[in-house]
Design a protein around this ligand. Structure first.
Ligand SMILES: [Zn+2]
Length: 462
């Protein structure tokens, strides 16, 4: 064979082989792919681990940002979580495709992607349950079918039924008054959850995430909180009942953005079910306790929805390209949704940033808080709102804001220290401060949590 023919054949072979990135990735392959993307886009990515699975596999996250590893004030944090159920694998593959796509398009100077990466910090966890995945993939190789093989983690626990149940508290508080956000964790929560769940909880507590989606399979629908039905179990009946959050219209819109940008989700008829607009309230479909999306909403500032992406939980490799093409626009548009509503800084009179300040919107019984850098993000639909910022030992500040459909409106707050109450006339011999105003200090998160927890425990029903 002449050299020229050989080179030609090799080129042909390369051309046939090279584009096949649409394959299922076992764990080692997944890790290699994340590092490959990082090596191709080292200045806008970072790989980090949030912990380990039961079997010791790292739960790797790929981050995209113009300053990886750094929170830039007023730049929102978004996340995608895939493969929480080990046998629901499409999300895992889509998130790897998304990672490659973001990197490639950033390098190609695709203006939409450059804008997204420079203005958003994106965290991608392709597999929350790598142990379950390996079981599911091995079964697939041996052609062992089973609807549930590999769903749970290595301890046999369903991770989407493993988060602390905060719904019971919020349903009580919604009726009787009490905190409407950042409900505290039970004291011994670490003993009650699996290693993967613990890793995710610590992760979502350490970043001020604003928006998130959790990718599943087995149906095609965008599902929004609450997942747990408010109504009590009725004997003999499946207790499903629409159980909206105070942010119901916003959640419906977020879900619709995905379903309408998806190839066919919005059509509604999928996998033998019908969902108008391709969206559903979780509890009105079927009620579940201790799920991840309710936990995000009740314990953090993060608004999470659950995306069911394929009838077949483990689609054949040949279907992956078609699935990617029908999800790509939806995955990008959903990330862009973090840029709506209002955001801003909360500071004191001396321009010190105030963390943990509470931002309330009248008419929506769910507050958000400012992050460690004093910045806050409040997703809102277009409209006019009365917004109040409060912080301990400061006077509240209220403004009226009109939000348009475009970029979020910048609304900064500068809070004035409240006048201290008059000092008591008689003082004990060891009564410190001698009437001075206490030094300025932001109330530490832990102390605030503890205070809330105490308030909470008085209110919890028996
Ligand atoms: Zn699932």
């Amino acid at each position: 064979m002449s050299d020229l023919v050989s080179i030609f054949l090799q080129l042909l072979l390369f051309k046939l082989v090279a584009p096949v990135t649409f394959r299922h990735h076992r764990y080692d392959d997944l890790v290699r792919t994340l590092y490959k993307v990082h090596n191709e886009c080292p200045h806008v990515t970072r790989v980090y681990s949030i912990g380990r699975s039961v079997k010791g596999r790292h739960l790797y996250v790929l981050e995209f940002s113009d300053y990886p590893g750094i929170h830039e004030p007023l730049e929102p944090e978004v996340k995608y979580v895939g493969n929480m159920h080990g046998n629901e694998v499409l999300g895992r593959e889509l998130l790897l495709q998304l990672s490659e796509f973001l990197c490639e398009e950033f390098r190609n100077r695709n203006q939409r992607i450059v804008r997204l990466v420079e203005g958003t910090r994106i965290h991608i966890l392709p597999s929350m349950n790598p142990d379950g995945y390996e079981v599911a993939a091995a079964a697939q190789d041996r052609d062992i079918s089973g609807y549930l093989v590999g769903r749970n983690n290595a301890n046999g626990v369903d991770l989407n039924r493993n988060f602390p149940d905060l719904n019971t508290y919020i349903y009580y508080n919604e009726k009787n008054g009490g905190p409407n956000h950042h409900l505290p964790l039970p004291d011994n929560w670490k003993n009650q959850v699996e290693p993967e769940t613990q890793a995710v909880i610590q992760w979502i507590r350490s970043f001020n995430f604003v928006l998130s989606a959790n990718l599943h399979g087995g149906a095609v629908v965008a599902n929004y909180p609450y997942d747990k039905s408010l109504e009590h179990r009725v004997r003999g009946f499946r207790h499903t009942a629409n159980t909206p959050t105070p942010d119901d219209t916003l959640f419906q819109k977020l879900a619709k953005v995905y379903s309408y940008a998806h190839g066919w989700m919005h059509q509604g008829w999928n996998c033998g079910d019908y969902f108008p607009d391709g969206i559903t309230n979780g509890a009105s479909w079927y009620s579940l306790s201790k799920g991840m999306q309710d936990f995000n909403y009740l314990h953090t500032n993060c608004f999470e929805i659950t995306l069911e992406l394929s009838c077949d939980k483990f689609p054949r490799q040949e279907q992956l390209q078609r699935e990617w093409l029908s999800n790509r626009e939806a995955l990008i548009q959903f990330l862009e949704q973090v840029h709506q509503g209002i955001k801003g800084m909360v500071r004191d009179e001396n321009y010190n940033n105030l963390a943990d300040a509470v931002i309330s919107v009248s008419g929506i019984n769910h507050d958000v808080t400012s992050g460690d850098h004093g910045d806050y993000f409040r997703l809102l639909l277009p409209g006019t709102y009365t917004v109040t910022a409060t912080a301990p030992r400061f006077d509240p500040e209220t403004v009226s804001v009109t939000v348009g459909p475009g970029e979020p409106k910048l609304v900064n707050f500068q809070l004035k220290r409240s006048t201290p109450p008059a000092a008591p006339k008689r003082r004990g011999p060891n009564s410190g401060h001698r009437g001075r105003v206490l030094p300025k200090k932001v109330q530490p998160r832990a102390a605030k949590k503890k205070e809330m927890m105490m308030k909470q425990s008085q209110r919890v029903p028996a």
